[in-house]
Structure formats: structure tokens, C-alpha cells
Design a protein around this ligand. Structure first.
Ligand code: VLZ
Length: 135
């Protein structure tokens, strides 16, 4: 029985977000602002349907999908690219493959104890984020 990713989560650590943003081609000024953010994730799950919202004081980001169904993933406010993406469960991890201009792009979410983990990958860069449940 897997643990639910649903709920509201606050960022507590963010390793190599800089490298990930450089790989995406985010400009210097935007990176300086974005690197200081402490985003909040709100994850809603109804069966196979997910919405993941990322809120910050600078920009917000939202993504909706169904498990196993390809969708057009526009990374609006991030690098503004379009990917053909698909999300699947691999064991207890929610794994997204973002097929597009950038090689080896995707993300993986999982729960470990009371923490939500996220790995964001682009080319040879991996950003590792940890979130804790909002009280
Ligand atoms: O998240 O792909 O949870 O979409 C950062 C917003 C959002 C702050 C990063 C503005 C999105 C940054 C990460 C400006 C450069 C992402 C997925 C996994 C779901």
C-alpha cells in the first residue's frame, strides 16, 4: 500500500536548482530570483488524475495529467518549452518523462517518511528537492 502524495508541501531543501535552470537555459536574472524561492506544492489526486500546483512569490506553475496518458506539457513561466510528457508509477514513485527539445528531461516524486521528494532532471543536471507537509 503506497503513501499518498496528496496534500500541501513546503520546500525545505533544494540542491542544484541552479544547474537545472542553467540546463534549461533560464537567464541569469531570473535564476537569481528563482534560486531564493521556497515554493509550495499542492498535489491533488483523484484516482489516476493528478494536478500538481507549484506556488511561489515570483511565479506559479501548474500541471495536470492522467497516469499513462501522454499530454502536451507547456512549461509556462519556466523555460516556456513544449514537451510530450507521460507520467507513470514505477513502484511507489511518480515518474514523468518530458520528451522535447531537451535530452533526458523529466521528474520523479516520491514520499519518504514525512517528506515529499522531487528529482528534476535535464540533460546531465539533477536538482533534488525535499518538501515537508504544511501544518
Ligand atoms: O514540477 O516541473 O512537481 O510540474 C518553479 C516555479 C517551478 C518558480 C518548477 C519559478 C517546476 C521559476 C518544477 C522560474 C524560473 C516541475 C513538476 C513536479 C510538476
Amino acid at each position: 500500500m503506497s503513501v499518498s502524495l496528496g496534500g500541501t508541501w513546503n520546500l525545505v531543501s533544494n540542491d542544484n536548482f541552479e544547474g537545472y535552470m542553467v540546463a534549461l537555459g533560464i537567464d541569469f536574472a531570473t535564476r537569481k530570483i528563482a534560486s531564493k524561492l521556497k515554493p509550495q506544492k499542492v498535489i491533488k489526486q483523484e484516482g489516476d488524475a493528478f494536478t500538481i500546483q507549484t506556488f511561489s512569490t515570483f511565479r506559479n506553475y501548474e500541471c495536470s495529467f492522467k497516469i499513462g496518458e501522454e499530454f502536451k506539457d507547456v512549461t509556462k513561466g519556466l523555460d516556456n518549452r513544449t514537451c510530450q510528457s507521460v507520467v507513470n508509477w514505477i513502484d511507489d514513485r511518480l515518474v514523468c518523462v518530458q520528451r522535447g527539445e531537451k535530452k533526458n528531461r523529466g521528474w520523479t516524486h516520491w514520499v519518504e517518511g514525512d517528506e515529499l521528494h522531487l528529482e528534476l532532471t535535464c540533460e546531465d543536471q539533477v536538482c533534488k528537492q525535499v518538501y515537508k507537509r504544511a501544518q
